[in-house]
Design a protein around this ligand. Sequence first.
Ligand SMILES: [Zn+2]
Length: 199
Amino acid sequence: MGKKQTHTFGFELSSLRGLSGVYVFRNANGNIEYVGTCKDIDDTKENWKSRMQSHHSYSGKKLTDEVTFMDVFIPDQSINNRGLLILEYLLIWYLRPPKNLPDGLGTHWRYFYWSWSEETVKAVARDKYDSIITTSVEEYLRSFRIKRIHRAYESDGSFTKYGSIREVGFIDESCLNNSVCTCFHCIARERHNVIFNDD
Ligand SMILES: [Zn+2]
């Protein structure tokens, strides 16, 4: 039997074990590339390792080499499937990540149309999907705790397969709340504003 790999395409995922969440793939500049959901169930059904493997192997590959880290929104774990999907779709509505939008998907993703205002999105989330957001979407997103997992690399640039396991806690990214701030939420807000002012 071979040595068991600690990393999956550079990600050491043990801090996410047993946790369901919504992940955001980001590149070295911090740009947002893809949003997805994982319910960590067990080793045979869906789990973080299998999610990452599926993103790497299938033809519409999302886990490309540009992805250098991911931010994982960890909701209260009593959240149900629907609640997790609402968070995922809300992030996709808010950010329109380029890798979530294959050619031809021009108007919406699942529950939310691009053309809708924030108030409409929240009303639909509430009336159709029982998901109540009482603040702005930005404030709602700020209410979640985030784990940030960086990909690890060997000195030759290949992804680490065998390395140390370490617990990754929740990030506490300070926000300057101005135009030069590079925290997740300010980058997300800037992207959102560019997208929506383009329409
Ligand atoms: Zn900020």
